[in-house]
Each structure stands twice: as structure tokens, then as C-alpha cells.
Design a protein around this ligand. Sequence first.
Ligand SMILES: Cc1ncc(COP(=O)(O)O)c(C=O)c1O
Length: 393
Amino acid sequence: MNNKKNHSGKIADHVQKMGKSGIREFFDLVIGCDDVISLGVGEPDFVTPEVIRERVVYSLKRGQTSYTSNQGLMSLREEICKYIDKDYGVKYCPKTECLITVGVSEALDLAMRALVNPGDEVIYSEPCYVSYNAEIKLTHGVPVLIENTVKTEFSLDIEQLRDKVTPKAKILMLNFPCNPTGATLNLEQMKEIAEIAIANDLIVFTDEIYSELSYIKRLPTIASLPGMRERTVFLHGFSKAFAMTGFRIGYACGPAEIIAAMNKIHQYTILCAPIMAQRAAEEALKNGLGPMEKMRQAYEKRRDLMVKGLNDIGLECLNPKGAFYLFPSIKSTGLSSMDFAKKLLEEQKVAVVPGTAFGACGEGYIRCCYAASTEKLKEALKKMKIFVAGLKK
Ligand SMILES: Cc1ncc(COP(=O)(O)O)c(C=O)c1O
């Protein structure tokens, strides 16, 4: 007897309607292909610095295997608040204004769930990190889309923001340096955005996960501008700049009542982030930023290599000032983003992500992550050159 039941009709409507992450969908194709050079997944190729890994071993050997407070270890919250004060110029209280989460992913989810009522508008811009649109829909918010283009060098199109903000808008989502474009905001833009946020009583979520990976003098966070600390939720974590993706540690800092609301959800759903990963994050900050700065310098060299290489091939590419992504145009090839990525994978075994994975306005672009060794990047460029030349024949 076949006892298998199909439950697809029982899945919640909004989940059923949700598409798969475009990145994962493409990488399902990559799995099973041998010898692929991947410029795909946005993950540092560096191993977490040894001193941080050693701290985990030490804490485990000392039997530190328990839950922590829901909000996270006080000692880690203190280190984080010190770091943000020193490097970003914003003071937060570790007792009431800082929450340790499982990656920025959880921090973003909590912030959305704590603030969005069904029907509230959340303004965000594409091309963007794959989770934003899905997160808004999961909380029954209404996504209000700004399409950033090469005209603003993929920075936030402030004219569109002015046009799209309505009395129903509650949240403005920012992520600069941006995944997938590497775009940044300048101070003037930040001030204009702050003005709009204040005039329209918006809460700003600023996803700062790439903020240390900046190749110009680091800009302040929007939270540090006058009138913004009290309306900003600062989301950050250790995955990218510290090469700690697998540790799954992030945090949110912001007004005490918002952090308390987020912690309410966190305590019922997650309890707390793993203690050994929290210890590792504490070590990362205590140990100083030396290892991270070395990685940043390496990324900068790789960016220069790739920007030149892609432009030489004829794939027009801006020189972004942050993160570890390039977003070159493939329009000259006449292929769609998906076809370009699929064919490049099939013919040359180089994996890039179709720009459409980050929103429809990513059509005509691909995302290349340059967090890979120089040798691999050179090899990828060689193969991409052969591929593009082959298309012209
Ligand atoms: C912009 C952005 N925010 C958040 C995340 C998720 O980060 P975490 O590993 O801290 O959950 C990513 C991961 O790629 C990202 O690119």
C-alpha cells in the first residue's frame, strides 16, 4: 500500500507562491559538474583566522557547551558596542540595545517580524541580496521596489525613493556596500536618504555586512547621522569580513524597544546563538582587525585584476568600492543572463550567477564573486575570454 500523501495543498499560500532563491536554483546545476571554477557563492575563500578557531577549541575543552542568555553573552555584546562606537561612531548600550543572532539572516528576519504589520510597505532596492523580497513577503509586508541602474552606478536611486514613499511606508531597507553590485553610497546621498527617512517617519534597516570591505575611506553608517540613531536598526555580523560564515553569528543594534521586540521572537524561536560561535566572535573583536585588514587588501587586488580582465574581454564592468562582487554587463553578447551563465558553465566550467537572481532589473548582468584565489581568478578570466570570443564567431 502506498501511504505517501501529497501535502502541497496544505502549504501556506504565501510560502507556496514564493520562488526558490535564484542563486540556489542555479547552483543546483553546478552540483554534479566537476572541476568548476566558482565565482558564484558569496563566501570568503579564506579560512577563519587561526586564533579565532583556537578560541573555539579552548572554550569546548573548558566545557563551555551551555545556552547563553537569550540576548547573547554580555561580554560579546560589550565588545560589539565598543567596536561600533570606535569604528562607526554610534554608541549603543550592550544591555538594552544589542542582540546577538544566528547570522545577519536571523537579525533581518527578527527586525522584519518585530516591525511589519500586514500591509505595511517596505521600500527596498534591486538588484539586491536574495532574501530581502522574500523576507518582506514572509511578514506579509508589501514590497515597494526601487530599481537601481548603471546610471547611478547601482547606488540608491534617490529620485525613485522620493516618488515611491507613501504614508503606508514603514521601513526602508539599505545594503551598502551592496550584494550583488558592490555599489556604495556617498555621504551626500546618505544625508538625502536620512532627510527623506525623517520627513516620512521611516525606520531604516541598514545591512552593514560588507561595511569593512571598503576600498575607499570607509563611510559612516547612516545610523550616525543626526536624527537617525533613534530610527535605525543596524544589522551586522561576522560572516564576510571576518571569514566566519560557518559560525553563524550576527547582531542587531538599535532602539531598546525594537531590540526588546526582536528578542521576544528570538527567545521563542532560537533561544540563543551557539555559545562556542559567540566566543569565537568575541575573540575576533578582541584580537584586533589585523587579519581582516589583510584579507581586505587581498580582495582589493583581486577586484582590480577582475575589473580590468572583464573590461578587456568586452564585458563592461564598473569598479565598485566595496564588498567582493562585480556586476558586469553581458548585454554585448546578446544572451540573457541565465543563458550566459548556463552556457559558460557548460562550455568552460566557470560558475557565475545570473543577474536576474537578484531581481528582474539584473537582466543583462552577471554577478562574479572575486573571493577566490588569484590563480583561480586568472584561470576564470582566460576561460571567459575564450567563451565570449566563441560567441562572436
Ligand atoms: C547583503 C547580505 N546580508 C546578509 C547576508 C547573510 O549573512 P549571514 O551569513 O550573516 O546570515 C548575506 C549573505 O550573503 C548578504 O550578502
